[in-house]
Write a protein that binds this ligand. Structure first.
Ligand code: HPA
Length: 268
């Protein structure tokens, strides 16, 4: 990690963001709003995700957003790529290593709630890890026993909620259930998810939340709803739909984030 940290510090040239963001499928457009942007391809940083999924750029963009220093990851590694739930650990450790203290995660997700339609945004209040895996498998120290009672930081959630209200954007709140992917869920799995108390389903974020809490980072996470989940409409799901629909909610999400960064982004 040391090499990645040193390289990043050098490239950032004095910029020291407390906040990092991970931008999900179709949400990478936010990097275009970063002022004085410093762009660093993941390939230049040891341990950062290689390759990637269509719809993901694979670069770090650092600069000023909403008046605050920030570093954005456009593109993430997913568990489903190689069956490695800890794929994002080196990148997140590097960010923690340069002084990042809070992590904002975004994703595209399917809605389990017929009232929460595509284009909506949902702040994640809690999650269900039903994948059977954990990014901390293999971590030898007792630090692996991470408490997740308050995984999603109350202060950041409050600030995000206030920003949505100030921007006049409807904000759903709920539970995100992590499925491994890459196949989409079955209708039966979606009925189960609903019974279990999930509001949205997706293939990312949860391992990052666990790693972030392990590293002591505060977490805020938000989903952009791209579709009603499997079996809810009769139509088959596709990644193309995810990519096409994400920018719709993504625009709303960007507006809320801008407001939050401008008005009340905790920054210590
Ligand atoms: N399921 C899982 N992941 C997703 C979905 C979905 O319906 N939509 C976008 N990402």
């Amino acid at each position: 990690m040391k090499e990645a940290i040193d390289r990043l510090v050098e490239q950032l040239d004095g910029l020291a963001p407390a906040t990092a963001m991970v931008l999900g499928s179709g949400l990478g457009g936010l990097v275009d709003e970063v002022e004085n942007a410093i762009r660093i391809p993941y390939a230049a940083l040891p341990g950062f995700p290689k390759g990637g999924v269509t719809g993901h750029a694979g670069e770090l963009v650092a600069g000023i957003f909403g008046g605050q220093p920030v570093i954005m990851m456009a593109g993430r590694a997913h568990y489903y790529e190689r069956g490695d739930a800890s794929a994002m650990r080196p990148a997140l450790e590097t960010l923690a290593g340069i002084g990042v203290t809070q992590l904002v995660l975004t994703n595209a997700a399917g809605s389990v709630d017929p009232e929460m339609l595509p284009g909506s945004i949902m702040m994640i209040e809690d999650h269900i890890n039903f994948s059977g895996t954990n990014p901390l498998f293999g971590e030898p120290t007792d630090r692996r026993f991470v408490g997740l009672t308050e995984a999603y930081d109350a202060r950041l959630r409050k600030s995000f909620e206030a920003a949505a209200a100030a921007a006049g954007i409807e904000l759903h709140k709920g539970v995100y259930m992590w499925f491994s992917g890459p196949s989409f869920e079955t209708p039966a799995e979606i009925r189960m998810a609903r019974m279990f108390g999930a509001n949205a389903v997706g293939m990312s974020t949860v391992p990052e939340v666990i790693i972030a809490r392990f590293l002591g980072l505060k977490v805020l996470a938000c989903s952009v709803i791209t579709n009603l989940a499997a079996g809810m409409t009769g139509a088959e799901l596709s990644h193309g739909e995810t990519k096409d629909m994400a920018p719709i909610g993504g625009g709303r999400l960007a507006t809320v984030f801008r407001k939050m960064f401008e008005k009340d982004m905790p920054n210590e």
